[in-house]
Design a protein around this ligand. Sequence first.
Ligand code: FAD
Ligand code: SF4
Length: 546
Amino acid sequence: MKRDIVIIGSGVAAAAIASKILNHQPAASILMLEAGGRVKLRDFALFQNYLLTNKLPADSRSIYDSFADLPYADRDKPGENVSLGTTLIPLNGARLMVLGGSTVHWGGWSFRLKPEDFKLSTNTGKGVDWAIDYQTLEPYYCEAEHYIGVSGDSGDTVTPRTRDYPFREFPFTLEDSLHIESFKKLGFGYSHLPIARHGFSNTISSHAPCQTTGTCKYCPFGARFAAANHLDDLRMYGGYPNFTIQHNTVVEEISMDSKSRARAVRIFNKENSTRETVEAETIIIASGAIESPKLLLRSVSEFWKNGIGNDNDLVGRNFITHPYFSYKAVLPENDLNLRPEMGFPTLVSRHFDSEAEQGAGKFILVNPPSSPFVESSDNVMKPDVSLFMKAGKTREEIAGLLAGRVNVQIQGLIEVFSEHKNRVVNSDKRNRFGMLETVVNFTEDEEFKERINQVKATADKIFEQMGAADTVEERPLSWRADHAACTARMSKSDQTGVVDRNLKIHGIENLYVCSNASFASSGAVNPTLTLAALSLRLGDHLVKRM
Ligand SMILES: Cc1cc2nc3c(=O)[nH]c(=O)nc-3n(C[C@H](O)[C@H](O)[C@H](O)COP(=O)(O)OP(=O)(O)OC[C@H]3O[C@@H](n4cnc5c(N)ncnc54)[C@H](O)[C@@H]3O)c2cc1C
Ligand code: SF4
């Protein structure tokens, strides 16, 4: 079998590249290979099942913790993979092995990086600079916001923009008002949180707008972006005769014709337990920040004795992720009767995501959709009236609970910096997906403890302004690998990174890595909008080469 292009993985990166190329070259021969199976999306019965069985995401403290609808075999489980180093990096819950990849469960927070993020080394002496600047990526940020359907505030000046968001921002909720008042008193800037939810538009859109039902992990309407939906649309309605997606197929290795030219991928078909070689003119590794470097490392040949692109021992190195913090404090009275309105956040402060904070580690502050909540002694419940009703509380009891003592929260992400010693490699153990497990070796740097104390002190000040007291860490700092990045990082030369400004592996003419692995650094914000922008830019680059 021979194809023009083989794409390994089927997440947002793979979907954006394929749709860009097919848009320009409808007859292009593209094979997309996905290790996982398929799950049902946009299924009204599933949505009804949520409602009838009482197992909505709201049953959980976090929408990511409850998988009420499906057994979800295709995620890492606790106990799989190994985390070495002094900082535990669990992979369970951090990614999906499924058609459509991790956006099947993502939250959809869709931030741009800031211009200074592209110049980390120049500004701080830490890490490396990106091999492109903000201006180069800006048109693709605009395109990515339209591709994944972001609702945001086009007047927001936090990052420069040349085109409006496709959909208007969601308004701040009433419960945002507590945080907003505190931010104002402290002089902290704040803005609408851009989120990948389709809104109402004046143009004809094939997507239903968000109805704020709050069941976003399986949006019944497809109003929240999920790459699986876009791939289904491409396959079923695109009219692309030579575009094929093969799921349940693991790419085990990439073979080379010479030092500078990739020839083929060796695949294992899990459905019939057969192995096959697929040749391609161009190969794109879009397998996420953990699997992409692992695939390169295990592709050993006479040309690349330490794995493809790894002559300088950089593949899998420089691993980072975003620690996620969550603080709560007690508000003695909830006289405004505030309770969560939405299934996703609407308010963010990027005040500490600034050039001035870059050297110490930028951070963002978010009012999460679970705030404020009532914590009762017998069980923990959010102030969701339906949950109180289900627990048999009377109207008076519910009114009393909501108006009384509640917890308020502040959550967010902090930037950390790449270090050569932190890395991912292949384990020799094979997992349920037929793939080699992962060894993550990560130790947070010594300055991190001081930085997290500063973040907590900032949360303290905000709570104090609200009249809330006793700030505590609500959940242990999460180092989960949702935002794993930099493991095949972009750089100007092969001495400092693995891929060039076009995501092509240094020294190889037809092999690309398009994932958060290709980031040079990742600032303080969620990565996926930047990844979608890079993917659309790569699509353009490939079209020009065809
Ligand atoms: C619960 C959760 C919430 C998140 N929320 C946000 C958010 O709000 N905002 C944000 O910006 N980001 C968020 N993220 C991160 C976001 O989902 C990822 O940045 C994004 O999905 C990465 O896309 P990708 O295409 O690179 O990889 P993935 O979506 O992980 O897809 C990679 C695919 O490649 C397949 N694959 C891997 N190796 C092989 C192989 N050898 N052969 C064949 N196939 C292979 C995998 O099975 C997988 O399906 C969240 C992630 C999670 C898990
Ligand atoms: S809140 Fe919006 S995105 Fe979430 S499930 Fe409802 S319609 Fe879908």
